[in-house]
Ligand binder design. Sequence first.
Ligand SMILES: [Zn+2]
Length: 104
Amino acid sequence: MSEQTQQTQTQSPSQAPSQAAGAQSQTRRRYYARPRVCFFCVERIEKIDYKNVEILRRFLSEDAKIRGRKQTGVCAKHQRQLARAIKRARYLALLPYQTEVRLR
Ligand SMILES: [Zn+2]
């Protein structure tokens, strides 16, 4: 018989957004549009060639880091190969270890 009156009191009245002076950061979720499926699976690439720099480069971030799977959508199997291929390519100076170090 104990009635718990839970009223949603956290309903703040929506203020009219007519004043857009202070631009609030609405771009919180900034994500790369990632493909649903693994690029290599789609292309039927069994072995990732470390000499194929054009492709490898797609999976590097701006500062030449290897992009994570969350960003690229590459499957686990291929991600491993990819990482290895990229590292090998780096060793052979086909890919950079690092792009421009920012000097101030
Ligand atoms: Zn794959």
